[in-house]
Ligand binder design. Structure first.
Ligand code: CMC
Length: 427
């Protein structure tokens, strides 16, 4: 590609630099466009817009590739741990043994939450959705940890990052405990990040809780698969909130709010609900027909992706993990059979082939989480727990980016032009 892009507008010619990343499509640098031409670009949903430079995550949606700091997601899910991936995303390199030990120790020592935070939970209705609780409680952390809200202090940024990553499992588990009316469980720092979360969620003070190592590994892998995903809606929300200088706890709460939507993090809950509604393989054609019907708003949940126009590499790992968890827990669930048949039938249907709609990360994750014992309402909260690492890493990257500015998109105004106010009695 040439190193400039030419634009003719209003009888004048303009040239814009073309920038190349280390891999992936080039970008046309239009930062001077408005100043020079008095015109904006129009790009709803930012489908053709790079909002920032980033060194964290690379996706090639056509090839079904996802890399964190250059490492393929399949290799990380297979061989790494969530703590290691968190370190990698935050620091840019895989840690040496002593670095990983120190990082894990630090995160582990931040797992407790301020005792008074429990009062926040008690203000919610028992049937509150865990994501409603997470939005509120995570936002409230800034009131409890005010000593790590100065975004211009690099030490405070690190402490806030560690606090958020460490406290998220505690908060998510408390949201669950509150909904089932069981006492909150304090963290047990002798356990792994994921083992600790399982114990805080499913353990009770009355008896010891033994962490199942296969479930622990499966959950750790699910956390790895959700750790970061480039400039998706919730990450862009965190960056946009952070661009005004808002504190990290408020920014992550904004990310949680965005993630809650059914087109984003809420899709895993919606996917399992859909599979249960289908119920048996013989009903699949009916649902495929509905998904294809332009007059029916129904979509196959867990299918399709803004970026992947190929198999989502995270879905491959998820499908394998379902079998491992079923074997370890000696359970089976008819929805898995429905999911496999649905995938097979959709992938041989012209509608899905032509539109390049494949299973995404959410298609199988609900089947695993349900087998482990999580209610569907907790699924998105687990996604938020894991994605906090990505949000925090992206937020840190943004704060130190010399090109960073407050995010302020413009618009194509189509409303009324200026007109005079008419008093109410004369309308
Ligand atoms: N079922 C049926 N048709 C679909 C689906 C689907 N799941 N997804 C997209 N389409 C059709 C859509 O109707 C449209 O058809 P047409 O061109 O005839 O109007 C075409 O495919 C393109 O869809 P789009 O909505 O313009 O594509 P998008 O890139 O804006 O949307 C998406 C991506 C993920 C929102 C969408 O595929 C979807 O709604 N999927 C179901 C929800 C889901 O699984 N979301 C999880 C995403 S992965 C987790 C995450 O990153 O948060």
């Amino acid at each position: 590609m040439s190193d400039t892009a030419k634009l003719s507008l209003g009888g004048k010619d303009f040239e814009y630099p073309v920038l190349s990343g280390s891999v992936g499509p080039d970008v046309v640098d239009i930062r001077k466009l408005y100043g020079q031409t008095d015109a904006f670009t129009y790009d709803p949903g930012f489908t053709s817009t790079a909002s920032c430079q980033s060194k964290l995550t690379y996706i090639d949606g056509d090839q079904g590739v996802l890399l964190h700091r250059g490492y393929p997601i399949g290799e990380l899910a297979e061989s790494s741990s969530f703590m290691e991936v968190a370190y990698l995303l935050l620091n840019g390199e895989l840690p040496a043994k002593d670095e990983l030990d120190k990082f894990t120790y630090t995160i582990t020592r931040h797992t407790m939450v301020h005792e008074q935070l429990a009062n926040f939970f008690r203000g919610f209705r028992r049937d509150a959705h865990p994501m409603a609780i997470m939005c509120g409680v995570v936002g409230a952390l800034s009131a409890f940890y005010h000593d790590s809200t100065d975004i211009h202090d690099p030490v405070q940024r690190v402490i806030a990052s560690h606090r958020l990553i460490a406290k998220m499992p505690t908060i998510a588990a408390m949201a669950y405990k509150y909904s089932v009316g069981q006492p909150f469980m304090y963290p047990d720092n002798s356990l792994s990040y994921t083992g600790n979360f399982l114990r805080m969620t499913f353990g009770v003070p009355a008896e010891p809780y033994e962490v199942n190592p296969v479930v622990e590994r499966a959950m750790d892998r699910i956390f790895i698969l959700h750790a970061d995903h480039e400039q998706n809606a919730s990450t862009s929300t965190v960056r946009l909130a952070g661009s005004s200088g808002a504190n990290p706890f408020a920014c992550i709460a904004a990310g949680i709010a965005c993630l809650w939507g059914p087109a984003h993090g809420g899709a895993n809950e919606a996917a399992l609900n859909m599979l249960r509604e289908i119920g048996t393989p013989d009903r699949i054609p009916e649902f495929i027909a509905r998904a294809k019907d332009k007059n029916d708003p129904f979509r196959l949940m867990g299918f399709g992706h803004r970026v992947y126009k190929n198999y989502d590499p995270r879905a491959t790992v998820m499908q394998k993990t379902v079998r491992e968890v079923f074997d370890a827990l000696k359970v089976s669930d008819p929805v898995f059979e429905v999911a496999l048949r649905l995938e097979e039938m959709a992938l041989s249907d012209d509608y899905f082939i032509e539109k390049k709609l494949f299973p995404n990360v959410d298609f199988y994750s609900g089947v695993i989480l349900s087998a482990v014992g999580f209610p569907t309402s907790m699924f998105t909260a687990l996604f938020a727990l894991a994605r906090t690492v990505g949000w925090v890493a992206q937020w840190n990257e943004m704060i130190t980016d010399p090109d960073q500015k407050i995010g302020r998109p413009r618009q194509l105004y189509t409303g009324p032009t200026q007109r005079s106010y008419v008093p109410v009695g004369e309308r």
